[in-house]
Design a binder for this molecule. Structure first.
Ligand SMILES: Nc1ncnc2c1ncn2[C@@H]1O[C@H](COP(=O)(O)OP(=O)(O)OP(=O)(O)O)[C@@H](O)[C@H]1O
Length: 206
């Protein structure tokens, strides 16, 4: 379960964003929609603990993450939250497998789960390649593997399909949905990609 209440974030004296109260039940999937600059990324960063709210609270299950100290928040994020960014942000000097294994050091998952996740995502044969030796769509699969390897309770995606062609776009959303189902996780994607709207019906409009 995710619940946000009276949430706002102030960047500076000129810029403050407020968000509507909203909640999502466990295992539910939703899109955050809105115009460019509407606050989609900021909201995802607040809900995933990457930003601390100026006012209000974010509940993930029974935990109010807005109240956690930085070190407890880091641990909570490692164990409970997966995040897929618009660009995969893989570490160029590490292999595909090592990039995914790195995420297991932040959570409770054993590093031997990496091979299973790679198998599930159809990237097992890329294990020993460097990030520059794989395609954009394959790199986004690696980023999804990294986000789900610790079996999070919520998976967030910020424009995860923006740089993909139609076929890869549909495949990536299907993969995210399947991985969310496999983890028993909620899935929240911020997007202005009209192609995704037909794949997830529950929308929060900013
Ligand atoms: N560091 C910052 N300082 C001041 N204003 C900021 C900062 N970062 C973002 N903003 C402003 O906050 C608003 C929301 O930005 P945000 O990136 O959350 O929007 P978005 O809906 O994700 O946009 P897009 O779809 O273009 O990615 C925008 O008006 C942006 O200019």
């Amino acid at each position: 379960m995710i619940r946000i209440k009276e949430l706002s974030y102030r960047f500076d004296e000129q810029k403050e964003l407020s968000f509507p109260d909203w909640s999502l039940t466990p295992k539910e999937h939703a899109l955050i929609l809105g115009p460019s600059g509407g606050g989609k990324t900021t909201l995802l960063h607040l809900m995933s603990g990457l930003l601390k709210p100026t006012t209000g609270e974010v509940m993930i299950g029974d935990t109010c993450i807005s109240d956690l100290s930085n070190s407890r928040l880091d641990r909570f994020r490692g164990d409970h939250i997966g995040f897929v960014f618009q660009k995969p942000h893989l570490i160029p000097s590490l292999t595909v497998k090592a990039n995914i294994r790195l995420a297991t050091f932040l959570g409770k998952t054993s590093a031997d789960k990496v091979a299973d996740v790679m198998e599930d995502l159809g990237i097992a044969d890329l294990a020993h390649r460097a990030p520059h030796q794989i395609s954009q769509g394959q790199a986004q699969r690696v980023a999804i593997a990294r986000a789900v390897v610790n079996k999070p309770v919520v998976i967030f995606g910020d424009e995860p399909t923006a740089s993909l062609d139609d076929q890869s776009c549909e495949a990536v959303v299907d993969l995210l949905k399947a991985q969310a189902r496999a983890c028993g996780a909620s899935l929240v994607l911020a997007t202005h990609d009209y192609r995704v709207k037909s794949q997830i019906k529950n929308h929060l409009n900013l």
